[in-house]
Each structure stands twice: as C-alpha cells, then as structure tokens.
Write a protein that binds this ligand. Structure first.
Ligand code: GLN
Length: 315
C-alpha cells in the first residue's frame, strides 16, 4: 500500500469491525472519577479519526463525542513554553527522563536531587512548564494557550469545559501538593493557585477525535499546517515533543506502547489518545474506560492492532 489515501480507503472499510472488537476491552477498564465531572463519560464509548495531509480521512465509532484534553494538553503547552523561552530555559527546570511512576506522583521530587520534575509530561513537569508560558496574568496565559491550540486544530473554536475545570479546581489537592513542593524546591515561582488555574484550564479544553487528529497532523508534518502551508511550530520543538511522546507519552506504559505500536502518542485521563504516523497521518482516539496504567483500554487495543496491521511502527 503506497499512498495514505489508499490506506485510508482500506481503513474506512475495516475500521468498524476492528473498533467493535476493541470496544470489548472497555469492560476491563474504569472511567476516571478522581475529577468527579469526568465520571459522567460513557464507559463503553470508542471512536477514532485518522487524517492525512490532503484532507482524506477515515473514522469509526463515537467520533462526535466531546471530551477534555487532560494530559494531552501537556505536549502542546511544552511546545508553547519552548517557543516562549527556548530549550535551555525550559530544561533548566524540567528533565528529559521517564519516571516509571504514576503521572501524579511526587515521589522523585523528594528522592532525587535536584528536585526538578523528571519530564514535562508528568503533572509536576507540566505544572512547571505551564508556569513558563508568557503572559501578564493567568487569564492572558490561558488565552494564549487556547489561541495556540485553536491554530493547531485548524481554527476550530476549541473551548474550555467550565464544569470539568471547576471540578478539578475543587478537588485537585494532589496537584496542589505537587506545586507547593515545587515552590519549596525552588522550581516554581509566583502563586500556586495562579499556575494551577492555567494548568487546570488547559487540561479542560474540550475537543473531539477529529480535533486531536488535526492537531496530531501538525506534529506529523514537522510543525507545518499541511492545509495552509504555514509553519506553526519550529521543527526542532516538534522533534522534542515527539521524542517525549515515545518515552513518556503513555505514562509508565510508554515502553510497552512503543514496542507494540511504535508510534509517538499522548494519552489523557479523559480516555483520549493523540498519536501520529510521522510524515503522513494524525490520529485521534477516545475511549473513556482506562486500564490500570491510566490509558484508554479499548483505545490502546485498537491502536496496537492498527499499527501492526498497517505496519506503522517507526522501529
Ligand atoms: N488534569 C489531570 C490531572 O492533573 C490530567 C492528568 C492526566 O490526564 N493524566 O490530574
């Protein structure tokens, strides 16, 4: 199979059956409830959208479902922080290594010196990175983030889901603890509540699988919007982001996903997964029921199968 258009034609026919097969995996997962509002998501939903640079697409399942980006936003706030500050400044405050711990763990912040977050895709790292986004106020930082995300989604008017935002603001005490530890370690400056409000807001930006696929396609195109031809992200920062997605994007199941699917990916506790085939495809998946590692059970199953069948692994 040569062109992505041919691949997508084949996939359009095959996807519905594969998707229904993967949907069964939702039975082994649970919808996240530590952010109470997230628990309202439909347990067995599963949807996928795949988009190529010419605008051809294949999709199946519950693609019209809206969900919040959650940790998927971390990839793009990292990129914006790099664009705002440069690599040197960002990597003075956050490391480049996987932790092997849960995404919301603060264990290593105390155990390993200097107490900087291991990487930008765990909560400690993402909160730190969020604090580096330029803007005179939390509102301005949030606005810049939203505008950047909208440009990556092809101008779609993405919005913050205020219910999810408030739900996390009211219950996010673990993230508060992490942030205070970061202040204590001299990594984070300013007001913890200000940083967290910006962080919770970008986690609460609502999207569909199609929006994820569109954002992923910019990464697959090395930072260029394939439809307008304009550069949205410097190529180097896309390289950095994709590498983190391989090593840390699926939490402490990143090694397994790299072996089984071989694609850069980022998941969120809403059950979303953004992934891509470099050079050709952007892919968005939603499946709210999560496995023990916090990734969409059905979504991971579907992506691993797809990658094997289509020979998408980079390795
Ligand atoms: N907003 C969520 C949190 O900070 C994001 C976590 C995630 O998607 N893994 O807990």
């Amino acid at each position: 199979m040569n062109t992505t258009a041919e691949q997508l034609r084949v996939l359009d026919a095959l996807l519905p059956e594969w998707l229904e097969d993967s949907r069964k995996e939702a039975a082994f997962g649970e919808v996240a409830s530590y952010i109470p509002e997230l628990s309202k998501a439909p347990h067995s939903a599963l949807g996928i959208h795949i988009l190529d640079k010419n605008g051809s697409s294949a999709s199946a399942g519950d693609c019209s479902l809206s969900f919040t980006l959650q940790s998927i936003s971390k990839v793009f706030t990292l990129i914006l922080a790099l664009m705002d500050n440069g690599e040197e400044e960002v990597f003075r405050r956050v490391g480049m290594e996987p932790t092997g711990d849960n995404f919301n763990s603060m264990l290593k912040l105390e155990l390993v010196r200097p107490g900087i977050p291991f990487n930008p895709l765990i909560n400690a790292g993402a909160i730190t990175v969020t604090s580096l986004i330029r803007g005179d106020s939390p509102a301005e930082k949030s606005k810049r983030i939203l505008q950047f995300f909208r440009s990556l989604a092809g101008g779609v008017e993405l919005q913050v889901n205020e219910d999810v935002y408030r739900s996390e603001l009211e219950t996010g005490n673990l993230n508060r603890s992490i942030a205070y530890l970061l202040v204590e370690n001299g990594v984070l400056g300013g007001s913890v509540e200000d940083v967290l409000s910006v962080y919770f807001r970008h986690c609460s930006i609502e999207c569909t699988c199609r929006d994820l696929a569109r954002m992923a396609l910019v990464l697959a195109s090395d930072g260029i919007d394939p439809f307008s031809g304009g550069r949205l992200i410097p190529r180097r920062y896309v390289q950095v982001a994709k590498t983190f997605m391989i090593t840390c994007g699926m939490y402490n199941a990143s090694g397994e996903f790299a072996i089984k699917a071989g694609l850069p990916a980022k998941s969120g506790v809403s059950g979303g997964i953004l992934t891509l085939v470099p050079g050709s495809l952007g892919i968005g998946v939603i499946g709210p029921a999560l496995n023990a590692k916090g990734n969409s059970s059905a979504g991971v199953h579907l992506l691993e199968r797809l990658s094997r069948k289509m020979d998408w692994s980079l390795f």
